[in-house]
Write a protein that binds this ligand. Sequence first.
Ligand code: TYD
Ligand code: MG
Length: 448
Amino acid sequence: MSNKFSTFICQNCGSETSQYFGRCLNCNEWNTIVEERKNTRSKITSVNKNKKSKLFNEIEIGNISRFTSGFKEFDRVLGGGIVPGSIVLLGGEPGIGKSTIVLQSAGKISLNEKVLYITAEESLEQVKIRWERLNQSSLDLKIYAETNLSLIIEEIKKIKPGFAIIDSIQAINNDEMESSPGSVSQVRTCSSELQNLAKENNIALLIIGHVTKDGALAGPKTLEHLVDVVLNFEGDNIASHRLLRSVKNRFGSTFEIGIFEMLENGLREVINPSSIFTNKENIAGVTTTITNEGSRPFAVDIQALVNKTFYNNPRRTTTGMSINRLHQILAVIEKHVGIKLSEYDCYIATGGGFEINDPSSDLGVAISILSSLKNIPPLINCAFIGELGLSGQVRQASNIRAKIDEAIRLGIKNILLPKITSEIKDSFQKFIQIKEISNINEAINYAL
Ligand code: TYD
Ligand code: MG
């Protein structure tokens, strides 16, 4: 089956082979290998002969002048704004709101920069309908509906925008290639040609890409190494909250997230996220923890439901946290508090389904489990912070000052946490009742 004109490319991971396989040898996905014609034409790229190698002290760093995306949340995830000449890849499931956020942002950027929005999926009229819904004002924003790569490149050269958007890369077609739009080789060559154009002309380029069923960007690795920043737009289509997460960033941290809410007239940034993931009622099975996402702490509720089981294997499910972490916390409670949890089903859900990865939320999970089991509400108006060690001790939490600060800002009156320095304690105890604990049993005595 192999011949010198074609190659076989996995549409899931982008790996190439010289013959057809039913299952990809690299990512093990079935039926993802597609035959694609090799592109035999060679491309002439411009060569700069004046470049030479330099010592560090000969290299001058100019100021990175960024421009704002129009959203504070978006800017923070980007590391402070959009860098001219940079390439940003924005991935997300269809319908999550990628075109919406980008169009809103384009409107705001166009007040200061020339912007070109290239839509390869929708007509000009469709974009205008969305635009009117978003109630935007703009100065220098042009829309171009085209799928052909060479026409797009010509238009960009003609308009010379400071910021250009491709919506989406999977719909763009390089007619020099025989494979269909959206295939790995099309996505790869279209992206690299657009990248060359953007770098040569100092255009900030934002490329939208759809994700495949398992959450990876189509042709993922081949695109990710090309671009400067990779962002994911996440959330489910039912709830209105959307998270913008940075996966790779050559100009900033990859831990930042931005939070948005999808409303009737577009996306609104959520400046005070703690308020949407917590609910100040005092109910059995619900605690509040302060978790870290990027450089920012915010409060999230943890809800537990613990019931006598009717199954041979008790049921354990989680929404918003790892199931393995729950198993570990249950094992610690069983061993060090002496409760036979193997007779109970346990369900955990975080407020708004928010994904918590910070281990210092363990204490909140443990107390909400015990509170549901005993049917006693935990200490009123209290935040729980601390990682549970396997021997039942409560271990240090990162970024503790910022977490206490956030609790105070939210008007929380009590906070349970691992040992802190007297200096930290002195600076906060005027504002909040601080209770330091060293193990799970002390926490139970105090809070339940
Ligand atoms: P869209 O930006 O088209 O998603 P993507 O480009 O990621 O495929 O968003 C589509 C969804 O967003 C659609 O289901 C309707 C909803 N939506 C709103 O709720 N409010 C709005 O103002 C807009 C423009 C869209
Ligand atoms: Mg879209």
